[in-house]
Design a protein around this ligand. Structure first.
Ligand code: UDP
Length: 373
């Protein structure tokens, strides 16, 4: 038996962890040859609104967290500090073989710091991503988490190369060296599994009275856009102009909602954040997706939809190189032009992100490496 403590706190992590938890349950049920895995889940509370958290636990059938820390709503420093303190208590009690962290949030950072100081091995899912923009809080978190992790699960070849450029794998202690493994992207597993469930269960197309391939889906939540009034105004103004021609649906992240007066952009259809199945349904049916989200850029690709990214850089460079994604920054004219160009494209998935079996790959590495380290 190996013991894993999974740390989650934000929307994208619920989706990724759901996929791994499902694979753990499946493997524990089926496998007589493999070491069973006992997973304990800590939810830090970083995302706490019902439609940013609870709905995902229900829809994605994520096991109930064993620990709910209820830490959210503060500054980066305050949240991270409080999380380290609370996670440390849990880890001392649980004594897991591995702490499993996802992505680049403050919950990821806090879990990693707490575990590393207790000499508990950290496995990082989505290791090696870099925007090379240290103004992003996510970039700072990634750099620290990768340094301290024992097992670095990269989603792409680009991520492996990023780590190689930084000299990874490093020696952690005299007996322990990091391992960098390209396992593929667990979000691709999720897109395949929940993609077919969305077709069965979601009624969002009817609710919003949308026609397939005749609308734009947009999400904006990154601090570099929401905390910069000029960038935010440019992006939403561009979408408002596009909406004269084709409906634009924008589920509003709580951070963006605080910074925006929807009535100033009357042509855009603002809605509350969606559950995952409804979100996937809209992604599958959109003509173009406009986003600053990391996860949504890839989901656009998984579902064969062209993407316009309203950032100046991306961690998913292979999509830009393949022509499936354009970086438009926050320039009104460029955003409009790129949407007009991209809506003509058909996207073919070239499998940059593995085979859809990443969750099983992750579990088998955790089982294998547990013996080595
Ligand atoms: N998402 C969702 N409902 C929404 C908006 C996004 O379920 O209203 C999902 C989306 O499909 C993706 C994930 O949330 O899987 C992305 O999360 P987010 O954009 O918050 O974070 P990022 O990927 O940028 O870290």
């Amino acid at each position: 038996m190996i013991k894993i403590t999974t740390i989650i706190g934000a929307r994208p992590q619920f989706i990724k962890a759901a996929t791994v938890s499902r694979a753990i349950a499946q493997q524990n049920q089926n496998g007589h040859q493999v070491t069973p895995v006992k997973e304990t889940i800590i939810h830090t509370g970083q995302h706490f609104d019902t439609n940013m958290s609870e709905v995902f636990f229900q829809e994605l059938e994520i096991p109930r967290p064993d620990y709910n820390l209820g830490i959210g709503g503060g500054s980066h420093g305050k949240n991270t500090g409080r999380m380290i303190e609370a996670i440390e208590d849990v880890l001392v009690r649980e004594q897991p073989d591995w702490v499993l962290v996802y992505g680049d949030t403050d919950s990821t950072l806090a879990g990693t710091l707490a575990a590393a100081k207790l000499h508990i091995s950290v496995a990082h899912v989505e290791a090696g991503l870099r925007s090379y923009n240290r103004n992003m809080p996510e970039e700072i978190n990634r750099i620290v988490v990768d340094q301290l992790s024992t097992l670095l699960f990269c989603p792409t070849r680009t991520a492996v190369e990023n780590l190689e450029k930084e000299g990874f794998p490093h020696q952690l202690t005299s007996g322990t060296r990091q391992a960098v493994v390209n396992v593929g992207d667990v979000m691709y597993d999720a897109a395949l599994y929940y993609g077919s469930r969305a077709l069965e269960k979601s009624g969002i197309m009817q609710t919003l009275e949308l026609t397939t391939k005749a609308f734009v889906l947009a999400t904006i939540h990154r601090a570099e856009n929401t905390d910069n009034p000029e960038r935010l105004l440019n992006i939403i103004s561009a979408l408002n102009q596009i909406a004269a021609e084709m409906p634009v649906i924008l589920p509003l992240h709580p951070r963006t909602k605080q910074k925006l007066v929807p009535a100033d952009f009357p042509a855009v259809t603002f809605i509350d954040p969606l559950g995952y199945l409804d979100m996937v349904m809209l992604e599958k049916n959109a003509r173009v997706i406009v986003t600053d989200s990391g996860g949504v850029q890839k989901e656009a690709y998984f579902h064969g939809v062209p993407c316009v990214t309203v950032r100046d850089e991306t961690e998913w460079l292979e999509l830009v190189t393949a022509g499936a994604n354009r970086l438009s920054g926050a320039d009104i004219e460029l955003i409009i032009e790129d949407i007009q160009q991209m809506k003509k494209l058909n996207i073919v998935n070239e499998e940059f992100y593995g085979s859809g079996q990443t969750a099983f790959h992750i579990i088998s590495e955790l089982q294998k490496r547990n013996i080595i380290f």
